[in-house]
Write a protein that binds this ligand. Structure first.
Ligand SMILES: Cc1ncc(COP(=O)(O)O)c(C=O)c1O
Length: 635
């Protein structure tokens, strides 16, 4: 025990000591700690359900009816009726055959992964997957392989070495096959990819459509953890898989009842066979006393609540609040990649993060400092979570303190520095408006266009010195660079949207022949021989180089600083193109975070830029190119 106290002292010195804080009030946008009311930006109770009167009423009624304890494991005699009712409701809500409820999200991850894979199998994780996923993978005995956060190129490399012989043009095999280098199991080895859809500490999203494409290509299973997505994203509130349109392709979907649903517990939904298997094999279910029935009954009421008119209203309010917070932080020059109510303010050093959290606390605001081992060493952060219950004034209060404390203490570029350089913050729109079809997508749906050879959908980010592209002149220069590439005969410009800190472009690489046939005013020799047919990498290099030079010349700006790589997707057919544009223009994940495209100043859907699209060229080109190559996402 003496050794333990030494180690505790070391934790204190390293800024890694953890303490429980007594909260003397229910969860909500305000909490009481040690007799003091604090503004609470630390909870996952995104929709404010944890202390909602409707759910409290449901809980009281359930206690009257069912008592307080389940008495045993579900497989002994703890499977009280509220379990069945909740599981049926969850299966309907998530549009799956069946559901199974666990004592917590943690238990659901550990129980499910250990039931699905074991020695001789391989489990592939995103580097930032939640601890419960990592613990499940470790306990399973499967070989663990980890790809850098959201890095599809590395994921594909791992799949290639794990499943040699798969991934060619041949149709995917069944999700079982021999795993090379691992001890032989009694059945063919399995490959299980596990990713969160909204990452719990970074608030960014998994590139789910691309992961699904890879898992299909290499015949792996895919398990997603929608803990922070359920109840918040997509028309039916099911999460990112619904928003991305890939629900049918996901093998195992996990969620928790403890975040947006405001209660406690975890669950898995999927096929009848999967759920039956988990009932028989998930040790955290079999060897643990069932959740109190009141929790199940209240969670069932929470699912109903989320789908009700009030649930919709709360969600709209949540996204408005998220936009307010993100725009406010951008205006302060505080970077973040979040696409969710989880907004991390990265500080770095553990002690410094604790200090800043302490200063916020002094100002009456509760924001937790998240440190190693929850996040990597040196990546300590304040994890701000926004709720539907926050008011405009609450958000402004946090922004005021962040503006003062953060900039002074951390030297992060603040409003005073960017000052007049900043354009007005992007207008915030509600998600409802985003759900209207964009004109461009509507045209595509009517079949007016098809996609030529070598057509790419690119996304590239601008790192540092944000929000450089929010400035009108910077965005115009980015567009000028695209026009220049088009005029040079290197690309056909099919569409673009310029966001405050990243750019989406759909373009096709020119072939010499195309250049000649579409550029009748250009000398054939000049076009066909002098200008080499550019590769994508060359096009990107020229585009970035042109932009940087122009920015320096016309605005005296250093930058922008482009990311080294870019996300690139070779479009397979018109449908693929439509899906990407729909995603870009209408994806509810972006709810409230971007403007509606035709109102966004720098979009091909805007009348000023509509002409940039080479519609004629896209007409009449065969639809099915089917090369199916995905590459190099680093965004
Ligand atoms: C992504 C993710 N999965 C699982 C869990 C565990 O859920 P629970 O808190 O219900 O155990 C959490 C929350 O901590 C989480 O963020």
């Amino acid at each position: 025990m003496r050794k333990l106290s030494d180690e505790l002292a070391e934790l204190r010195t390293a800024g890694l000591y953890r303490q429980l804080r007594d909260v003397d009030s229910p969860q909500g946008p305000r909490v009481t700690i040690a007799g003091r009311e604090l503004l609470n930006f630390s909870s996952n109770d995104y929709l404010g359900l944890a202390n909602d009167p409707i759910l409290k009423h449901a809980a009281v009624a359930a206690i009257e009816r069912w008592g307080v304890g389940a008495g045993a494991s579900r497989l002994v005699c703890g499977n009280l009726a509220p379990y069945r009712e909740l599981e049926e409701k969850l299966a309907r809500f998530k549009n799956k055959e069946a559901a199974i409820v666990f004592g917590s999200g943690y238990a659901a991850n550990v129980g499910t992964i250990t039931a699905l894979v074991g020695e001789g199998d391989v489990v592939i994780l995103d580097k930032l997957d939640h601890a419960s996923i990592i613990d499940g993978a470790r306990q399973s005995g499967a070989t663990i392989r980890v790809y850098p956060h959201r890095n599809l190129k590395k994921l594909e490399e791992l799949l290639k070495v794990t499943a040699p012989g798969r991934g060619g043009d041949a149709a995917p095999t069944a999700p079982e096959g021999t795993v090379v280098g691992a001890a032989s199991p009694p059945r063919p080895g399995r490959i299980l990819i596990v990713t969160e859809t909204v990452f719990s500490m970074d608030g960014d999203l998994a590139p789910l459509a691309e992961i699904v494409a890879l898992k299909e290509k290499y015949g792996a299973w895919l398990m997603i953890d929608e803990a922070h997505a359920t109840g918040l994203y997509a028309t039916n509130r099911r999460g990112i898989a619904e928003a991305t349109g890939v629900e049918d392709k996901v093998d195992v979907t996990l969620g928790t009842l403890s975040k947006a649903l405001g209660v406690a517990g975890g669950y898995v939904v999927g096929s009848q066979v999967l759920i039956e298997w988990l009932r028989n094999r998930a040790r955290s279910l079999i060897y643990s006393t069932a959740l109190p029935p009141v929790v199940c009954a209240t969670a069932a009421a929470a699912v109903d609540f989320v789908m009700s008119a009030e649930g919709h209203r709360r969600r709209d309010q949540l996204w408005r609040n998220v936009s307010e917070m993100k725009n406010g932080l951008s205006a302060l020059g505080v970077e973040n990649e979040s696409r969710s109510p989880i907004i991390p303010l990265i500080i770095g050093e553990e002690g410094a993060a604790m200090e800043v959290a302490g200063k916020l606390l002094d100002a009456g605001i509760l924001v937790p400092a998240i440190r190693y081992p929850t996040v990597p060493k040196g990546k300590a952060r304040l994890r701000v979570t926004v709720s539907a219950g926050h008011t405009k004034e609450d958000i402004q209060r946090l922004l005021n303190v962040v503006g003062a404390v953060f900039n002074r203490d951390r030297g992060i570029v603040g409003k005073e520095v960017l000052g007049s350089q900043l354009e007005t913050a992007p207008t915030i729109v509600s998600e409802k408006r985003l759900l209207r079809p964009a004109p461009q997508s509507a045209a595509l749906r009517k079949g007016r266009v098809s996609v030529p050879n070598e057509c790419y959908f690119l996304t590239t980010c601008v790192e540092g010195r944000r929000p450089v592209l929010a400035r009108a002149e910077a965005a115009k220069i980015v567009i000028d660079a695209l026009r220049w590439l088009r005029d040079e005969g290197r690309i056909r410009l099919l569409g673009f949207v310029i966001m405050p800190d990243h750019v989406h472009v759909a373009l096709a690489l020119q072939s010499r022949q195309e250049c000649r046939s579409h550029n009748s005013t250009t000398d054939a020799n000049e076009c066909g021989s002098d200008i080499p047919v550019a590769t994508l990498a060359e096009v990107m290099k020229s585009w970035k180089g042109f932009t940087s030079r122009q920015l320096q010349l016309s605005c005296g700006m250093e930058g922008p600083v482009w990311q080294d790589g870019y996300y690139d997707h070779l479009l397979r057919d018109r449908r693929d193109f439509e899906t990407r544009l729909d995603y870009m223009h209408e994806n509810p994940c972006r709810g409230g975070l971007v403007q509606f495209p035709h109102e966004f100043r720098f979009s091909t859907a805007h009348p000023d830029y509509e002409n940039e699209i080479d519609w004629n060229w896209m007409e009449g080109i065969p639809e099915n190119h089917g090369r199916g190559r995905n590459a190099a996402p680093t965004c």
